[in-house]
Design a binder for this molecule. Structure first.
Ligand code: ADP
Ligand code: ADP
Length: 225
């Protein structure tokens, strides 16, 4: 069955219908690209699926539990243990070293400093940026910073990875390499990936594409590839 599924999602901001009866589901190990024009509701869908935004109506179920019915504290805890996030601009903490940035999600879930930094180093190596451990985000390139951000999203081995234009700030060479590494890691660990992008070359790394138009999600399973 599906790991994460949403039905009947509605979300309005004032008079803007960001989501209008949207439906979505993803299986373990599946990479789904969420495509569509700017302003169509892609980010709102991702935020509702991740429990960051509360839909006005509809339900989001994760691993058989209704995310939309959970108390905030429980949903936040689940987000930390089960979900990983990659954004367009890495959003690394500038004051911390790259190793500390990647280790942070583990530290927050109670892993000791040495073990967390060892794991961080392994993931930085997997993302082909071994050597940046002691540098701060401001001292490395944009492509390297985004790899560090991907390492940080993967370090807790989340069941679902949410990626919102994860390569939007990268050149095409870096973009393709980051997508390859991200999707390889996800498939190896059977993580589901919800990948928001408007770039067909990025979506090409997915198993399936869905298109959001005016807040409505149309399932394009297989039709585009
Ligand atoms: P996309 O990710 O496809 O660009 P979004 O989900 O960001 O689309 O936005 C969908 C619509 O909802 C847009 O019209 C946008 O302006 C509006 N919207 C999104 N977030 C907010 C917000 N926090 N406040 C007001 N309007 C918003
Ligand atoms: P408020 O009290 O302002 O209505 P809550 O305290 O319920 O908001 O929610 C805090 C934050 O958690 C909000 O930003 C909201 O987007 C998010 N949130 C709350 N409930 C849900 C839900 N059922 N599903 C997804 N996100 C939620």
């Amino acid at each position: 069955g599906s790991l994460l599924a949403a039905t009947g999602l509605h979300k309005a901001y004032g008079l803007t219908r960001a989501l209008d009866d949207a439906e979505f589901s993803v299986h373990p190990g599946e990479v789904v690209a969420v495509m569509g024009p700017s302003g169509s509701g892609k980010s709102t869908l991702l935020h509702c699926l991740a429990g960051i935004v509360r839909p006005d109506a509809g339900t989001v179920c994760y691993a058989g539990r209704e995310l939309t019915a959970m108390p905030d504290s429980e949903r936040s805890a689940l987000r930390r243990t089960d979900f990983g996030f990659v954004f367009q601009f890495g959003r690394l903490v500038p004051e911390l070293t790259c190793a500390e940035n990647v280790a942070m999600p583990l530290r927050l879930s109670g892993v000791g400093r040495r073990a967390a930094e060892r794991k961080a180093a392994e993931w930085l190596d997997a993302l082909e940026v071994a050597g940046v451990e002691r540098k701060r985000p401001g001292e490395i390139s944009g492509g390297q910073a985004q790899r560090v951000a991907v390492a940080r999203a993967l370090v807790t081995e989340p069941a679902v990875i949410f990626a919102d234009e994860p390569t939007g700030a990268l050149d095409s060479l870096n973009s393709e390499r980051v997508m390859q590494l991200l999707t390889d890691a996800a498939r190896a660990s059977r993580a589901a990936v919800v990948l928001v992008t408007h770039d067909a070359r990025v979506a090409a790394y997915s198993d399936r594409e869905v298109v959001v138009r005016d807040g409505r999600v149309r399932d394009m399973a297989g039709a585009l590839r």
